[in-house]
Design a protein around this ligand. Structure first.
Ligand code: GDP
Ligand code: ZN
Length: 288
């Protein structure tokens, strides 16, 4: 019988099937093959006479993460705050790059919209509006939550974004059972907060699934190559092969179509600057 792993605790997995949720163990072969079953895995389950289940096989994964241990993520809800903390676009774009690298559709969620003026919000929105879906939200007023649910309809979504931007607050709004601990930026430390928690995926209103983990909070290393970075900025990738030089890094080379697009306002300056910053970071990392 086919099912979806919705929870894993202490070697047991909870598998949702058409006939209900079964508690199951993975066959020994998984351990032998070095495979750790993960929440989000699509599996084939055999139900024993005592009602417990055995997971016999897992379907090929679309993607897979170790920390947090989840699989088959369809979309990233990349949350950042309009203010408090002030958005750091180079960091936000790292989450977008990670999504692009893993075949995950990003949805940008600008939270704490209650803290800024309409004008300021428009300016932030304009950075991403032509590249990705952008939702303006407030975990405080509930603004934008319906829109968010509509976006994840029929898909498996995970939250990503810096600390203190409101990921837990929004998760609690759309998954009341999750009961995430929220706090101010200074009150909590990322480490330790979720160490005793298990990962779980919840079905939300409208038929989407959401992983209840705010695990994607930072990246120490940008896992991209210098040559590939432009591919992960869709509006830059759109000019692929059009610059005068094949190996153009779009910095200051003559005949660079990307620079032209930036100067003519077809690529947002903030995104271009983020590209340059991340390019530098990859270069520096390579030196060591
Ligand atoms: P996380 O670290 O991303 O999970 O952020 P939290 O959900 O813990 O939120 C950090 C702080 O911001 C908490 O004090 C929340 O009450 C507050 N907060 C969350 N969403 C909003 C919002 O939309 N507006 C305002 N003003 N504060 C918010
Ligand atoms: Zn170029």
């Amino acid at each position: 019988m086919k099912g979806l792993i919705i929870k894993g605790i202490g070697g047991f997995y909870y598998v949702k099937t058409a006939e209900g949720v079964y508690q199951a163990k993975g066959r020994g072969i998984f351990k032998k093959d070095g495979i750790t079953l993960a929440v989000g895995d699509n599996v084939d389950l055999e139900v024993l006479p005592d009602g417990d289940g055995v997971i016999n096989t897992i379907e090929e994964r679309k993607n897979h993460f170790i920390r947090p241990p989840i699989a088959n993520v369809d979309c990233f809800i990349v949350v950042f705050a309009a203010a408090k903390p002030k958005p750091n676009f180079t960091v936000i774009d790292k989450f977008l790059i990670m999504a692009e690298q893993n075949g995950i559709d990003p949805i940008l969620c600008i939270n704490k919209c209650d803290l800024v003026s309409e004008e300021d919000l428009k300016e932030i929105q304009s950075i991403y509006a032509s590249v990705y879906p952008v939702i303006t939200a407030s975990g405080k007023t509930g603004m934008g939550i319906d829109q968010l649910l509509r976006r994840i309809e029929g898909r498996k979504a995970a939250f990503a974004g810096p600390s203190g931007v409101g990921k837990s607050t929004i998760t609690n709004l759309i998954i009341p059972e999750a009961n995430m601990e929220t706090g101010t930026v200074s009150q909590k430390t990322d480490r330790g907060r979720h160490t005793t928690r298990h990962v779980e995926i919840f079905e939300v209103l409208g038929g989407g699934f959401v992983f209840d983990t705010p695990g994607f909070t930072s990246f120490d290393i940008l896992e991209a190559e210098e040559d590939d970075l432009a591919d992960y900025y869709p509006e830059i990738a759109a000019y692929k092969g059009q610059c005068r030089f094949d190996d153009c890094r779009h910095k200051s080379e003559p005949g660079c179509k990307v620079l032209e697009a930036v100067n003519e306002g077809r690529i947002h300056k903030v995104r271009y600057e983020s590209y340059l910053m991340n390019l530098e970071e990859i270069k520096k990392r390579k030196k060591y």
